[in-house]
Design a protein around this ligand. Structure first.
Ligand code: ZN
Length: 358
């Protein structure tokens, strides 16, 4: 590492750090987004650039705050970060591997080696990527995936959907956008479990919990998409996403795969569940959680409730599932929830959710 002396600030130094990814000994192309460059001085954030050592792929840097930039990559395995030209010592700026205790300081070189474990059977196919020294018990992870998906099959009363699941740590998470947990259609699910360079960073128990959190949600989307009856609205319509996201989170909370808090924190708005709460994190999830969170507070959840929701007898098409100020939407929700719960939930829909039901 070369650093300019204070008396000669024009010495044009280049301070470098490199990071390289490999899988089973071969270069691993990364598709990642949560690769943060953090500085304790805002002038530093403008003073670095990233080049690709292997000249493959593309990178994109986005300044999120004066102290933090995000690096996205598509298809590169080796990066060189140039801190250039600044008076820097290694306490001032570093590259942060998301969720990790490992940091890449200027002047450092880091090689991160991953390995791949595969599980294939009649339920589906799982690929699990981990660092070589992670200490994670891969068999336990595969077993937990089976348990979660089979429990959802049973409670929703649906035929199992053969899956292809790709579980990856953040730096090599194969998808840009969102946090890397997606249902991509035809049983394909991706999951980002953060970064576990060594098991003591996060721990086996936490990884299993993340499997429950994320796979349960995405597999529920798979069931919604591929096992939905004709009577369901189209899960791919953005206006119905609020309903499907809420339904997925509600089921996973009911099954104990997510904390109740996930739903409860969306029920605290004085205005009930207005469409505008979608703008929080720009996600339909928040509206869906609000809606189902209020039902949970009324103890409307049961195994029968979910079985009915997933196997409706009536057709439910919402004018806009994210907007209960529309009388049609509110009325459809009321009909559906009353039928699924076997109760009269008019008061919840009108007073708590503040929907425009009759
Ligand atoms: Zn979702």
């Amino acid at each position: 590492m070369k650093v300019c002396p204070v008396e000669n600030l024009d010495c044009e130094p280049t301070t470098e750090a490199t990071v390289e990814f490999s899988l089973d000994g071969k270069p691993l192309l990364t598709f990642m987004e949560f690769f943060r460059i953090i500085a304790q001085d805002e002038t530093l954030v403008e003073n670095y650039r990233v080049v690709l050592e292997d000249s493959k792929g593309v990178v994109q840097l986005e300044s999120v705050s004066p102290f933090f930039s995000r690096l996205r990559s598509q298809g590169a395995s080796k990066f060189k970060i140039l801190f250039d030209p600044i008076q820097i010592d290694n306490k001032l700026a570093y590259l942060d591997l998301f969720f990790s205790k490992k940091k890449l300081w200027p002047g450092e070189e880091k090689k991160i080696m991953y390995q791949l474990a595969v599980d294939e059977g009649n339920l589906g196919f799982v690929q699990f990527y981990s660092t070589k020294d992670s200490g994670l018990d891969v068999q336990k992870i595969f077993t937990r995936v089976k348990d979660v998906t089979q429990t959802i099959d049973r409670v929703t009363g649906k035929q199992h959907l053969p899956y292809s699941i790709f579980i990856m740590p953040a730096p090599i998470s194969h998808l840009l956008g969102g946090e890397g947990n997606f249902y991509l259609g035809e049983g394909k699910i991706t999951m980002n479990y953060g970064e576990v360079l060594t098991v003591d960073c996060i721990g086996m128990c936490a990884v299993l919990r993340m499997i429950e959190n994320e796979i349960s949600h995405e597999y529920t989307h798979a069931i919604q998409s591929e096992r939905g009856p004709q009577k369901w609205p189209d899960p791919k319509l953005p206006t119905d996403s609020c309903f499907y996201e809420g339904m997925a989170d509600a089921l996973t909370v009911y099954l104990g795969y997510n904390e109740q808090q996930k739903l409860l924190e969306a029920t605290t708005y004085a205005e009930g569940c207005p469409k505008s709460i979608m703008q929080i994190n720009n996600m339909p999830h928040n509206f869906g959680r609000c809606l189902f969170g209020h039902l949970m507070q009324e103890n409307a959840f049961s195994e029968d409730f979910f079985k009915r929701l997933f196997n409706p007898e009536m057709k439910y098409l919402f004018e806009d599932a994210c907007d209960v100020s529309l009388a049609q939407t509110c009325q459809k929700y009321l009909e559906l929830f009353n039928w699924a719960s076997g109760r009269d939930l008019t008061r919840v829909l009108k007073e708590n959710i503040k929907g425009n039901c009759k």
